[in-house]
Design a protein around this ligand. Structure first.
Ligand SMILES: Cc1ncc(COP(=O)(O)O)c(C=O)c1O
Length: 381
């Protein structure tokens, strides 16, 4: 049984009208609200009316803040996850003995920051092992020591869907005076995020997956007490006093940043992309992130149960409750071919890491999963 809200979302989405979409770990479908926002923006542009741009930015930061339990003044725009992890990794001070700790198989938006600093500054990189694709605090504890300056991890892993105990890992990092940066792109909009309870220093996220927004519209969270403590590692002009229209605008002989979070904004954010992304986040906020999480976990429980009935196949995803998320990956023979065959049947999932990665959002249904599993059965025999 789906409620009216979900029914409406499904009916209004051009993508969901055409296909069974179970691929949110890659990119979200187009929704009615976001399609409408694209049209509205083009009307404003046509009238050369950009008056509302500042409201768009304000609204967008506030919406994302609600989803991670932060306030607008702790959130700044970044184009993507990489830009946020790059900022964090380059803000920290390192010395000859310093090391950076990161899960070895995390997304390269994180791993490459460690590899880059190893290559350019000779900072030691300590990759963290997993336990059968499970990212666990004990393995982080094995690598973190008093010389660790930065700990990087995704809340939810992109390949396995493993959800990490960020709070415990941050505790270990802080006991050693290291900073923590979390990539939440596989989690924000799907699961309850709480940067205050996790007690993390930085968070980086994009909107094109579970937040139902556009590519290249991202956010970077900085814990309030760090805003004054850190200086931006790269030059940008959004975090300085823009002066007066009667003058040559910015001060061109001295770079003096404002004291708020905007000093970290080193790129020009797109009002268009954040306008679209706000409408996507609206869908999540209207349904309520707690309800979204509950439904996603119910659907993935059902999915796991149905996949187990397919035969004796190995799950790449950990099945323990505390590590579950919206992403389920199961190793199946000829997974790349399988995904292509499913696409021909208008069922959209991904092949990843030797398995098929399935990632339903809250508006998917048990019937979507039944159809997928029925097709899989057919293709596997
Ligand atoms: C965990 C994770 N981080 C980051 C990204 C994307 O990084 P960026 O926004 O820098 O392209 C992805 C995309 O699949 C991802 O799964």
């Amino acid at each position: 049984m789906v409620d009216n809200f979900i029914q409406r979302i499904r009916e209004e989405s051009p993508t969901l009208q055409k296909m069974i979409f179970l691929n949110h770990a890659s990119r979200c479908p187009l929704h009615g609200k976001t399609q409408e926002a694209i049209k509205k923006y083009s009307e404003h542009w046509g009238d050369f009316d950009f008056e509302g741009s500042n409201d768009v930015f304000k609204e967008s930061r506030s919406k994302f803040g609600k989803l991670i339990n932060a306030t607008e003044d702790e959130i700044v725009f970044t184009p993507d996850v990489t830009a946020g992890s790059r900022l964090a990794a380059n803000m920290v001070n390192y010395d000859k003995k310093s090391n950076i700790v990161c899960y070895w198989n995390d997304y390269v938006a994180l791993v490459y920051q460690a590899l880059f600093l190893k290559k350019t500054k000779n900072i030691e990189y300590r990759p963290v092992a997993d336990r059968k694709n499970c990212v666990v605090a004990e393995e982080f504890a094995n690598k973190i020591d008093k010389n660790t300056k930065l700990v990087m991890l995704s809340h939810v892993q992109w390949l396995s869907g493993c959800k990490a105990d960020v709070k415990e890992i941050a505790k270990i990092a802080h006991e050693n005076e290291a900073y923590v940066v979390v990539d939440s792109i596989q989690s924000s909009g799907a699961l309850v995020n709480d940067v205050k309870d996790w007690n993390i220093d930085f968070l980086t996220c994009g909107t094109a997956k579970w937040l139902l927004g556009a590519n290249q519209a991202g956010y970077f969270y900085v814990k309030k007490e760090h805003i004054e403590e850190f200086e931006p590692p790269f030059a940008g002009y959004h975090g300085v006093d823009s002066g007066s229209h009667d003058q040559p605008y910015w001060n061109v002989s001295n770079l003096a940043y404002v004291e708020d979070i905007l000093k970290f904004m080193d790129t020009n954010p797109s009002d268009f992309l954040y306008y679209i992304s706000s409408r996507g986040m609206e869908l999540i906020l209207e349904y309520g992130i707690e309800n979204v999480e509950k439904r996603i976990l119910k659907l993935t429980d059902y999915l796991v149960q149905e996949l187990q009935n397919l035969g004796d196949y190995e799950f790449i995803s950990p099945l323990e409750k505390e590590h579950r998320s919206g992403v389920v990956n199961i190793r199946l023979p000829d997974n790349i071919e399988l995904v292509k065959k499913l696409k021909n049947e208008n069922i959209i999932i991904s092949s990843r890491y030797g398995g098929i990665r399935i990632s339903p959002h809250f508006y998917n249904t048990e019937e979507d999963i039944d159809t997928l599993v029925r097709k899989l059965k057919l293709f596997l025999t």
